[in-house]
Design a protein around this ligand. Structure first.
Ligand code: HEC
Ligand code: HEC
Length: 475
């Protein structure tokens, strides 16, 4: 997010330090000193550990913490950040997917888990169960960005207003720290968020993403790959990250734009705001190791094993060549004409952008080399499929039952972002008053939201479809 943040802040700090007559040590200590973070457990590291995004893009932690209390009117509901679909585990300083690291002062950053974890409930009254590495089903990245933008544009976003709230939170600053926040950190935060808003202005003329979806590559294309602005719409559904060892040799991302897992992992961090200098390569190696070994989550409801067995036969005949591990075409790019899905996501990525990303880290020992332009979608492995709804690259099909219908009979309008599960249709509850209250209205007639294509299995007799769905639950 904030490339110039570090530099400007140091320059301003030097001036401040001269003004207040305190030595350079104070400035170093309070602005650039890095305190490493370490989580013993690989899962906690995945959820909360730094991947190097705090440096350039991190909002000062204390400011970040009080924004929902100061500007609740810019949030979609009560509950602070959780109203944007973040999951806040009891006793943690930050929600899942948000890191806290001191670089001079405590800053927040984002981690892979922000978009790669989901929650599930059986009933609206239940406490949600969290599944790490699942495609996020509730997190609304666009509304999160717009919340930050709205705060920074509010005339009340001033040092006085924010400091008062931080202190009301029982955080005591030293005199020196307080001057830094008042004269340097808070004004600079405002400026940087406003600059960030400018760099995302293109988003406002495009359809809304809704929870569980982002436009993954247009931000990077325009911001650090220096590609000219265009009107492509790349919005896509989050993907799961488990069981990656078994995916070795596959193409990654919906369109298969990269063929190396470790490169895909590092691209995740760079897209999230880590810079070439700040990216935490060792931290990402841990993430890489974790997602390689993490098993896909088992379907938590009853499965009729006889029916599933019959379904396994149908799968072997109709689906396995593209989706089973070891299938002839599994993990490869299937031409878009053949699969027939909405093509907007593919058209967002260009050869020039692929070349620019291959060049991006030239000279670093973790350089990118395998970026490319394709013209289709990857026939993804279907492990942990039950937890990946809504389905297809743009998340346009709410359930497996829907996916086995012809496009004209699939649900045209539904609600995303509600985490109560529907074991009948196999997907999240996406219709009815509760889903409507919590969810985002997904309309398949909106540009890039099309639910066409992927006709496989749609001609099967009803009984066979039921058997196939039963089998798909076992994956
Ligand atoms: C802001 C949300 C977001 C964050 C944060 C994020 N990702 Fe992703 N990730 C996505 C989306 C969306 C996709 C699918 C994008 C596409 O191809 O259209 C994806 C796809 C991937 C894939 C491809 C998976 C496959 O099977 O093809 C990998 C690997 C990945 N992410 C790793 C990471 C790692 C590692 C991190 C942290 C360093 C990370 N991501 C952080 C949103 C995110
Ligand atoms: C010719 C190859 C091919 C065959 C055969 C095929 N698929 Fe697919 N499948 C794909 C491709 C490509 C995608 C990604 C399309 C997209 O995301 O728009 C996909 C996506 C899916 C998804 C969505 C995965 C997710 O995470 O959202 C499911 C579920 C699926 N297929 C099930 C099936 C079933 C069940 C069958 C058999 C009845 C089948 N497929 C047959 C190529 C195939």
């Amino acid at each position: 997010m904030w490339k110039k943040f570090g530099r400007t802040i140091v320059a301003l700090a030097v001036i401040l330090v001269l003004l207040v007559g305190v030595g350079g040590y104070g400035a170093w200590y309070n602005l650039v000193r890095e305190v490493p973070t370490y989580y013993e457990s690989a899962e906690d590291h995945f959820k909360y550990g730094s991947i190097g995004t705090e440096n350039a893009e991190g909002v000062p932690y204390w400011v970040w913490l009080v924004l929902p209390r100061l500007f609740p009117e810019y949030l979609p509901g009560s509950g602070g950040y959780t109203s944007l679909g973040l999951t806040w585990e009891e006793g943690q300083e930050t929600p899942i997917g948000i890191s806290k690291k001191t670089i001079g002062f405590p800053r927040q950053g984002i981690t892979c888990a922000l978009c790669h974890h989901a929650t599930v409930r059986d009933n609206p009254k239940d406490k949600p169960t969290t599944f790490v590495a699942a495609p996020a089903n509730k997190f609304d990245a666009q509304s999160y960005l717009r919340f930050l933008f709205a705060c920074a544009n509010d005339p009340r976003f001033t040092s006085d207003y924010i400091l008062e709230e931080i202190e009301a939170y029982n955080h005591a600053f030293s005199w020196f720290e307080k001057q830094l926040y008042r004269y340097v950190i808070i004004p600079q935060t405002k400026k940087t968020i406003l600059e960030l808003q400018q760099s995302y202005a293109w988003m406002d003329s495009q359809p809304n993403w809704g929870p569980g979806r982002i436009d993954p590559f247009n931000p990077g294309k325009f911001r650090f790959l220096n590609q000219p602005l265009d009107d492509t719409i790349g919005v896509s559904d989050m993907m799961p990250l488990w069981n990656e060892r078994q995916h070795e040799g596959f193409a990654y991302h919906w369109d298969g734009l990269v063929t190396s897992l470790i490169e895909a992992v590092r691209i995740g961090a760079i897209s999230d705001g880590a810079t070439k200098k700040s990216v935490d390569i060792a931290g990402l190696d841990r993430v890489n190791q974790f997602i390689k070994e993490l098993p896909p989550p088992k379907y938590p409801y009853a499965i009729e094993s006889e029916l599933a067995k019959q379904g396994g036969q149908i799968f072997a005949n109709q689906c396995a060549s593209c989706h089973a591990f070891g299938g002839e075409r599994t993990g490869t790019v299937i031409p878009v004409e053949e699969v027939g899905a909405d093509r907007h996501r593919i058209d967002m990525w260009t050869q020039a952008a692929a070349d620019a990303l291959n060049e991006f880290a030239e000279g670093y020992d973790w350089d990118f080399d395998t970026l490319r332009k394709t013209d289709g979608y990857v026939s993804v492995a279907l492990d942990g499929l039950w937890l990946r709804a809504p389905y297809l690259h743009n998340g346009s099909v709410p359930s497996l039952q829907d996916l086995l219908e012809k496009p004209e009979n699939r649900t045209q309008v539904f609600y995303r972002g509600y985490d109560v599960y529907d074991p009948q249709k196999v997907g999240f509850v996406s219709e009815g008053p509760d889903a409507e209250r919590v969810g985002f209205k997904y309309d398949t007639s909106v540009t890039a939201n099309g639910n066409q294509g992927h006709l496989y299995g749609t001609n099967l007799p009803t009984q066979d479809k039921q058997a196939l769905i039963e089998y798909l639950k076992t994956l």
